[in-house]
Design a protein around this ligand. Structure first.
Ligand code: SF4
Ligand code: SF4
Length: 159
């Protein structure tokens, strides 16, 4: 479910005037929300978007699957509008029917880092996170909780 307009407005205010402890606050909320999230029941990120595949991901995946780089690219990858390698098909070709990642130990860096809510300088990722909230229910909860915490403890108020 998309974020409501009020939540988006407060998030944009936070982006404009990031509190000193924003990264620590978001990190704590990220940990709380993911402690209560079962990604295997969801897998929306693997079903709806493709990660960027960097050169090192390509090499690792091709090696794990005992394929040549060319063979791997031809079978699984395409170049998107930003000139990045992404998977040809969505849902991901390595997502199993029970929502497991068949290449988990060798999965792309972008899969390891998604949804980026534990990254430093979170204020720079607020716009991306607002978009990600449409796909990832955990991001939606993190942002909604962040707004509640910001209203309670910081000077981000309804105007
Ligand atoms: S490689 Fe694994 S974690 Fe990444 S999108 Fe595919 S199934 Fe999901
Ligand atoms: S969309 Fe979010 S909650 Fe769902 S599997 Fe991906 S990271 Fe986990």
């Amino acid at each position: 479910m998309p974020l409501n307009q009020y939540t988006i407005k407060i998030l944009r205010d936070i982006k404009k005037r990031p509190p000193e402890k924003l990264d620590i606050m978001v990190q704590e909320i990220h940990e709380e929300i993911f402690a209560e999230t079962d990604c295997q029941k969801c897998a929306q990120c693997c079903k709806k978007i493709s990660p960027i595949i960097y050169q090192h991901d390509l090499i690792r995946l091709a090696r794990a699957l005992k394929m040549s780089l060319d063979g791997f690219c031809e079978k699984y990858l395409k170049i998107d509008k930003d000139k990045d390698y992404v998977f040809k098909s969505v849902p991901c070709p390595f997502l199993s029917s029970d929502n497991c990642c068949e290449v988990y130990d060798d999965r792309p860096t972008a899969c390891r880092e998604y949804p980026h809510t534990d990254r430093r300088r979170f204020h720079q990722l607020i716009d991306l996170s607002i978009k990600n909230a449409d796909i990832c229910p955990a991001v939606q909860k993190i942002l909604e909780r962040l707004v509640i915490v910001a209203e309670k403890n910081l000077a981000f108020k309804r105007r």
